[in-house]
Design a protein around this ligand. Structure first.
Ligand code: SAM
Length: 245
């Protein structure tokens, strides 16, 4: 039936496409996607040929209106290059407008790198905060880390290989005592998840420059120690105050 169908696709391993996703892509009249070449490959792999409509971050009001009028009449699937649409990917305005206009919207779940990375990391997951990509500029990045670092939850970020070094250095200066995990190439052949202190991971990736896609995670603050304190100074101050026994 007509409407908007949000369809998650694999984040690397094509075996992760769901049965429902395949059925939906088969019955959709059109597939809205970020990059027609990327989605074209997936469709080809599934043996499907459909009208692909580009819908990315640069989509105009006009592009959106055209898609919205199509989904009033026909089933339209929305996919992104990889994983779950809308999660650091386009789609939220489209969903919002579709809902406002009474168009049926449904979401077919599947992989998302943030969740896959978190489940592998060994970090506490009773509370987590997904924060997308860190800012590009050094100062904004440190400010974001200081702000998010106060939250009592595991923090999850998306990263790219060329920026990992800068992100780890920033964590080392703002949240040096936290446990950090780097998950790379999830669901793919060279999948890896490595944990340590920010400085340990910095040193490791300086020696082994990372490739591929990355989920970067920071463990929650420990209850015992305030962040960014000089432990030696703290202990010396306490000793100085302590009464001789
Ligand atoms: N919508 C996607 C999802 O649900 O996972 C995320 C899209 S975002 C533009 C792309 C980022 O997701 C990458 O820079 C990387 O941080 C992360 N990512 C995607 N696939 C990944 C994988 N196989 N392994 C690790 N990280 C991945």
């Amino acid at each position: 039936s007509p409407g908007l169908y949000i369809v998650a696709t694999p984040i690397g391993n094509l075996g992760d496409i769901t049965l429902r996703a395949v059925e939906m892509l088969r019955s959709a009249s059109a597939v809205a996607c970020e990059d027609t070449r990327v989605t074209g490959k997936l469709m080809h792999h599934l043996g499907l040929k459909k009208r692909l409509i580009r819908y990315d971050d640069h989509a105009s009001e006009n592009d959106r209106e055209r898609l919205l009028s199509l989904m009033v009449e026909e089933p339209v699937a929305l996919v992104s290059d990889a994983g779950t649409p809308l999660i650091s990917d386009p789609g939220y305005r489209l969903v919002r407008l579709a809902r406002e206009r009474g168009i049926a919207v449904t979401s077919l779940p599947g992989p998302s790198a943030a969740v896959v990375g978190m489940t592998l990391s060994g970090l506490p997951n009773d509370r987590f905060l997904f924060a997308g990509f860190l800012p590009n500029k050094a100062k904004a990045r440190e400010e974001a880390l200081a702000e998010l670092g106060a939250v009592k939850a595991t923090l999850i970020f998306y990263e790219t290989a060329p920026r990992l070094d800068a992100a780890l250095s920033a964590i080392d200066s703002v949240l040096p005592r936290r446990e950090v995990a780097v998950a790379r190439e999830l669901t793919k052949r060279f999948e890896e998840c490595r944990s340590g202190t920010p400085s340990e991971l910095s040193a490791h990736y300086a020696a082994h420059p990372p490739k591929g896609e990355i989920v970067l995670m920071i463990g929650p603050p420990s209850d015992e120690l305030p962040e960014n304190v000089d432990i030696d100074a703290l202990l010396l101050a306490e000793l100085a105050e302590a009464k001789p026994s």
